[in-house]
Ligand binder design. Structure first.
Ligand code: ADP
Ligand code: F6P
Length: 322
């Protein structure tokens, strides 16, 4: 029997720290005597044969870089059974028996499909949103929040100078974790997230008015992307309260930049764990953080878990940001 071969790919939205995970996969595999291949542009690379062998030096000097050296993409073809069979066939032709898939929920559904087609896959949670239910943490979350807070601190300077209200939209289409933690970290007067129903009068206007009564003259409102409507909200606040208001959508700035220590370390540990599993011929698992430890779950079990929003933290934020 020849040498064992595995591959690594990044899929879906990129996240700072993905490079650290790739590096860990490559070096952990080589340490075990396993050949490792990089797949370019997510599942597309498996469909097109855009795959090349990586060595220890292929992943030098990337741990501090945002983005992903393997590029990322979304693939409609891979969502079809025919696409999954084609990808599995290409892997088998190359002798690749396992793939580490770094991405989000969608990428994990793909990893389960590819495992069913005969190629063991391990999912590694890489997304700035922190929206993987089975894991307390996803690669990129810390960097994205730190980027957001740096931007919001600058916005605060100008909001303060002008006695204005600033509304800032942070990323998170279905998940308010970035908004919640960033909102706490910047002392937002109000935080709006997709997980909690809100009433503009009670949860925004009344909170601004109450804060105004204590002498405060500038306000930051954090809104998750999934709630949206920041421009309309700013117009409403101006009309309703006569406070000059500006809206900022932070957008993709949150997806880039050099990963924080936390992202580099978690990514390194998760990548290493994924290789441990593939080395034992185990597939169909997702690597996760549970009570600070690196664990793994069956992909279906992981995908079925309900996400729990930290309501307790949300209530604390309301109490102390006044
Ligand atoms: P994320 O991994 O960040 O959630 P997407 O949902 O865009 O990102 O998924 C990334 C890719 O994973 C898709 O473009 C597709 O190729 C693959 N994928 C998503 N859902 C499925 C599915 N149900 N079955 C097979 N592949 C899927
Ligand atoms: O999943 C990460 C994320 O940045 C979300 O917060 C956001 O809704 C989405 O990706 C944006 O994706 P795109 O890469 O298509 O702009």
């Amino acid at each position: 029997m020849g040498k064992k071969k595995i591959a690594v790919l990044t899929s879906g939205g990129d996240a700072p720290g993905m490079n650290a995970a790739i590096r860990a996969v490559v070096r952990s595999a080589i340490a075990k005597g396993i050949d490792v291949y990089g797949v370019y542009r997510g599942y597309n690379g498996l469909l097109n044969g855009d795959v090349e062998q990586l060595n220890l030096r292929s992943v030098s000097d990337i741990i501090g870089n945002g983005g992903t050296m393997l590029y990322t993409a979304r693939s409609e073809e891979f969502k079809t059974l025919a696409g999954q069979k084609k990808a599995a066939k290409h892997c088998q032709e190359l002798g690749i028996s396992g793939v580490v898939v770094i991405g989000g929920d969608g990428s994990f559904a793909g990893a389960r499909a590819l495992t069913n087609a005969g190629v063991n896959c391990i999912g590694v949670p890489g997304t700035i949103d922190n929206d993987i239910a089975c894991s307390e943490y996803t690669i990129g979350f810390d960097t994205a929040m730190n980027t957001a807070i740096q931007m919001i601190d600058k916005i605060r300077d100008t909001a303060q100078s002008h006695d204005r209200c600033s509304i800032v939209e942070v990323m998170g289409r279905r998940c308010g974790d970035i908004a919640l933690q960033v909102g706490i970290a910047c002392g937002a007067t109000s935080i709006l997230v997709p997980e909690v129903a809100y009433d503009i009068e009670k949860d925004v206007i009344a909170r601004i008015v109450d804060t105004q009564k204590t002498g405060k003259k500038h306000f930051i409102i954090i809104v998750a992307e999934g709630v949206g409507g920041v421009v309309d909200l700013s117009k409403y606040i101006e009309r309703r309260l006569g406070i000059e208001t500006r809206a900022t959508i932070l957008g993709h700035v949150q997806r880039g930049g050099s990963p924080t220590v936390r992202d580099r370390v978690v990514a390194s540990l998760m990548g290493h764990k994924a290789v441990d599993l593939l080395a034992e011929n185990i597939g169909n698992r997702v690597v996760a953080v549970k009570q600070g430890k690196i664990v793994d779950y069956d992909i279906s079990e992981a995908l079925d878990m309900p996400r729990v929003f930290n309501k307790h933290l949300y209530e604390i934020a309301k109490t102390i940001s006044i």
